[in-house]
Design a protein around this ligand. Structure first.
Ligand code: ADP
Ligand code: ZN
Ligand code: ZN
Length: 747
């Protein structure tokens, strides 16, 4: 018999191990072992048993056969990976830079060994007559426990086992004796933990609007014609996108295919899920961060076994091991959370396109404010663009007032509320209508500084300013460091030390100074530590338990409040000064969403945007709810400066315990990248940096970064590969390097 060898990747995350090791396949596993299985192999000098993944099985032996170690065995109960998943891991690694292990961990379900819930039940085997005669016998022998159980079995044919031993108080021995007598059988089934616990009546199908029908027909026709594509639906909230998604998913399930629906975690509200449950019943499953590893594992099993057709979840739901995906939907496709923060730093949009390619599926993106990336691709014909213009739920776009805060100050108004906002707030309170105040910040009063010398209180570990929280404590939002607020400036001893900008708590206090009877709710990272508290605040506000909801960006997403007729944006430009090329786009999205919160119901809405930069194009176009206008200006800016999506950008991030070594390594890498600059036509290349990152230190780890801009993505991949290769020969001690393609955030 021919010897078989397997390439194994060992489950230790370290750059040096980012390669395969060859092992002999024992005879008993020949014909069983295949790519993607999880095995135990002896590793290293001590032959310590470690877990590994099979990458490939073949007959070619790449080194001395007599010294080759043998695979010890399979890891039982592992969800073995489809070839597609391995291929996908390889793609992630290639395109985003990470170790193969990291890529595999990203696509594979956590193989937590969890205790499966076992459901045992008692099945009656005898006829009624037989049971009655047995019952009589037990009575005569005064076997009361047995008697109780037989009585129960007369009533019902199957009894849950816990009930037998619990409520009926019958011992396992008694059950066994009845089993021996042929009266009953103990049946056991492994139950999946289904996070969906809901039985709802099926929802009636709506007649699609002309525009909706057009989308459904086109996407389905492309699919049936063997040319599934990528589609972008640009449509405001309430324009019927979700209805289109559901109809397309139905078309796919009819064809025996499965669907993946990505929704940002924050928008995964009960209402949204309910609509899917009503349409797809228990064929739909939800993935979110509150699920235990065991629940996630079970969901993957159910997906593999064909027990569900639709999975809804955040970006990781893309890796649900469905046999044949027909459609991938990404709602709110512009959301930042679709980009992974850990390695591989993949983007769900691009990854969805690759998953779709592997499965022959369609990708449908939807947003009221599409990402520049998606809109740009649609413009170039890579995606098909559809527009839904009408709001099906009724309600008109609000009237928007842009208020120049500099002007307010010049005219003597020192309050954080402009005169226009105060006027409208008073009006709403008088009428009993609801308002939302939106602030793009967290904490009590922002940073603390000395008015005499300008000294800013900073975290000693992270190099960012500390924020004041209630109770007079200063906290670092990166590492959690805290200290009491000083009474005098530690630098010059002056007593004029205080906070500057307002947080949500301060807004609430100021509002109560103006309107002592106002009922408020506050929603920010501090009041929504748990998922429940988030839902509680939303429903309290929906039920009219407050007049004003004050909050950070989380209040502008998802969820409809028909009784809100006023939205106030307190400092529209805070998000314009983040020093990131997405700043304009994010500001536009936030403002558009915030303004769009007013007037969802039958009452007309108004919005006030307070800003120090009323002339900024993001503010101007958001006030007009004009996406195309904004796009034209922002894409021009990116074109001029060579930013994505017009060009591509690779961030090379260096993390080091010792500042000097980190800086040296970053410089060395940047020089190597520079040496790879080609003189051909594969795109101009530009290197920025290296420099200390925006936050130069977190938890005593120094951070450096440099950027490489190039219009050719493939060239950037080559550079990444070359840098990885160069790093392999380096004696790195406590430095790590990460790559981020087309980064969403500066570090
Ligand atoms: P979006 O996802 O764009 O916010 P939805 O699909 O949620 O829009 O639709 C908004 C509202 O309009 C929902 O209440 C939905 O039930 C309703 N709706 C959607 N399509 C139709 C239709 N064709 N006919 C009637 N109502 C519809
Ligand atoms: Zn001072
Ligand atoms: Zn810190």
């Amino acid at each position: 018999m021919q010897e078989l060898y397997a390439d194994i990747i060992v489950d230790i995350s370290h750059e040096k191990l980012d390669k395969t090791f060859q092992y002999r396949v024992p005879e008993r596993l020949a014909g069983v072992l295949e790519a993607g299985m999880c095995v135990v192999v002896p590793f290293g000098n001590g032959n310590k048993p470690v877990k590994g993944y099979v990458m490939e099985v073949g007959g070619e032996c790449r080194f001395e056969p007599s010294r080759m170690k043998e695979i010890q065995g399979l890891v039982k109960d592992s969800v073995e990976v489809e070839d597609k998943m391995i291929a996908l891991a390889g793609w992630l690694r290639r395109n985003y830079g990470s170790t193969m292990i990291q890529a595999l961990k990203t696509v594979l379900p956590a193989k937590q060994s969890v205790k499966r819930l076992e459901h045992k039940k008692l099945q009656r085997l005898m006829s009624r007559e037989e049971l009655l005669s047995l019952l009589g016998e037990c009575r005569r022998r005064k076997q009361v426990a047995k008697e109780r159980l037989l009585q129960e079995l007369l009533e019902q044919e199957t009894i849950p086992y816990e009930w037998v031993t619990g409520k009926l108080g019958v011992s396992a021995q008694t059950v066994k004796s009845l089993e021996r007598a042929g009266a009953v059988r103990i049946e056991s089934s492994l139950a999946y933990r289904n996070p969906v616990r809901l039985k709802e009546t099926a929802e009636k199908e709506k007649n699609l609007s002309e525009d909706q029908r057009h989308i459904v027909e086109r996407v389905t026709a492309d699919y049936d014609g063997g040319h599934p594509g990528t589609y972008l639906i640009h449509g405001i909230t309430g324009s019927g996108k979700t209805e289109v998604y559901m109809r397309l998913i139905q078309e796919m399930t009819k064809r025996g295919k499965q669907a993946v629906v990505l929704i940002p975690e924050i928008a995964l509200t009960y209402q949204t899920l309910l609509r899917f449950y009503r349409r797809f019943g228990d064929r739909v499953s939800v993935m979110n961060s509150t699920l235990s590893a065991g629940e996630k594992y079970d969901q993957c099993q159910r997906a593999k076994n064909g027990e569900i057709d639709v999975i809804i979840g955040p970006r990781s739901a893309l890796f649900t091991p469905f046999p044949q995906i027909g459609i991938i939907v990404i709602d709110e496709e512009h959301e930042n959370s679709y980009k992974s923060e850990g390695s591989p730093k993949y983007h769900a949009r691009e990854t969805a396109v690759e998953v779709a390619r592997l499965h022959g599926a369609s990708v449908v993106l939807g947003s009221a404010t599409p990402s520049l990336e998606a809109y740009y691709r649609a413009g170039r014909g890579e995606y098909t663009l559809f527009t839904l213009k009408e709001r099906l739920t009724g309600g008109r776009l609000p009237t928007v007032y842009t208020i120049d805060l500099r002007q307010e100050l010049r005219e003597g108004n020192r309050s954080i509320f402009s005169r226009k906002l105060q006027e409208l707030l008073s009006d709403r309170l008088a009428k009993g209508e609801q308002s939302i105040l939106f602030l793009n910040r967290r904490g009590y009063a922002g940073f603390i500084s000395c008015r005499a010398c300008g000294h800013v209180m900073k975290c000693p570990h992270c190099d960012v300013s500390l924020s004041e929280h209630k109770g007079g404590r200063l906290l670092c939002h990166y590492c959690g460091y805290g200290e009491p607020k000083p009474k005098i400036c530690p630098k010059c001893g002056s007593g004029y030390i205080s906070g500057f900008r307002a947080g949500t708590q301060q807004i609430e206090e100021k509002l109560k100074e103006l309107y002592p009877d106002v009922r408020t709710l506050r929603m920010d990272a501090d009041t929504t530590r748990t998922k429940d508290s988030y839902e509680q605040i939303l429903s309290a506000f929906s039920n009219g338990e407050a007049d004003v909801l004050i909050g950070t960006q989380m209040i502008v997403k998802g969820h409809d409040f028909p009784r809100v007729t006023l939205v106030g944006v307190l400092a529209a430009d805070l998000s314009l000064s983040t020093g990131d090329y997405h700043a304009g786009e994010r500001t536009f999205q936030l403002l558009t969403q915030a303004v769009g919160r007013a007037g969802r119901g039958s009452l007309p809405g108004e919005a006030v945007i307070q800003t120090y930069q009323p002339e900024h194009y993001a503010v101007v176009h958001a006030a007009k709810q004009d996406y195309e206008g904004f796009y034209e200006e922002d894409i021009l800016y990116r074109e001029m400066l060579g930013y994505p999506p017009v060009s591509h950008m690779l961030a090379v991030q260096v993390f080091a315990r010792e500042e000097e070594r980190g800086m040296k390594l970053a410089g060395w890498l940047a020089r190597r990248a520079g040496a790879l600059k080609s003189h051909g036509e594969d795109g101009k290349m530009q290197i920025l940096g290296p420099a200390p990152a925006a936050i130069g230190r977190i938890n005593d780890i120094f951070r450096f970064v440099f950027y490489i801009k190039c219009s050719n993505y493939g060239k950037l991949i080559q550079i990444k590969d070359a840098l990885e290769e160069a790093l392999r020969g380096q004696p790195l001690k406590q430095e790590t390097v990460q790559f981020d393609f087309d980064p969403m955030n500066t570090i």
